[in-house]
Design a protein around this ligand. Structure first.
Ligand SMILES: [Zn+2]
Length: 157
C-alpha cells in the first residue's frame, strides 16, 4: 500500500495523501493486470494508473474533465485499442513529472473510461461495439505494455 502511494511521479504530496486506494487491493490478480487503474470514488474526475516496471512500480495521476456536450459514435482506447461507445473512453490528462509539470505541461491520452484495459483485451469484460482488433490476448497484452511504457516515458521526460 505504502509502496503504491510513494510511487506517484507526477502528483503533489497532498494529492497523494488524499487519494482513495482501491478497497480490494490485497486481492488483486496482478498476473492478469497489465496495470492497475482506478477512478477515485471521492473525486470522480481523478484517476490513477500504476505500472510495474522492472522491480519497481510507477504511479501516474490522471485527470479527466467531463464535457457537457453530447458525444456520439465510437472511440478507441490509446492503450489497449479496444473500440468503445464514445462515452466509454475518456480523455485523461497526466501532469508531466518535475518542472515541466509545475509549468503546467500535461500529456493527454484516451483510455478506457473505467481503466479496465486488462479485462477488455482478455475478453473478461464485454464491449458494446464491434472490434477491429482480432489479435489474441497475449499479443494485445504485449502491445498494451509497449504503449504504456511510451506513455509513462512521456510523463517522466
Ligand atoms: Zn483500454
Amino acid at each position: 500500500m505504502e509502496e503504491i502511494r510513494t510511487s506517484f511521479v507526477n502528483s503533489s504530496k497532498s494529492l497523494v495523501k488524499a487519494m482513495t486506494l482501491p478497497r480490494d487491493f490485497a486481492d488483486l490478480a496482478w498476473d492478469s493486470l497489465d496495470y492497475l487503474g482506478w477512478r477515485d470514488p471521492k473525486a470522480p474526475a481523478r484517476a490513477y494508473l500504476v505500472v510495474r516496471r522492472d522491480a519497481e512500480v510507477t504511479g501516474i495521476a490522471l485527470n479527466t474533465a467531463a464535457t457537457g456536450r453530447p458525444r456520439r459514435g465510437t472511440g478507441l482506447c490509446d492503450l489497449c485499442h479496444t473500440a468503445h461507445q464514445i462515452t466509454d473512453v475518456a480523455l485523461f490528462a497526466a501532469r508531466r513529472a518535475g518542472s515541466a509539470g509545475r509549468a503546467g505541461n500535461t500529456v493527454g491520452t484516451y483510455i478506457c473510461a473505467d481503466l479496465a484495459c486488462s479485462l477488455y483485451i482478455r475478453g473478461l469484460r464485454d464491449v458494446e461495439v464491434p472490434q477491429g482488433e482480432t489479435a489474441p490476448p497475449e499479443v494485445r497484452a504485449d502491445r498494451l505494455e509497449e504503449r504504456l511504457e511510451t506513455f509513462v516515458n512521456r510523463v517522466l521526460v
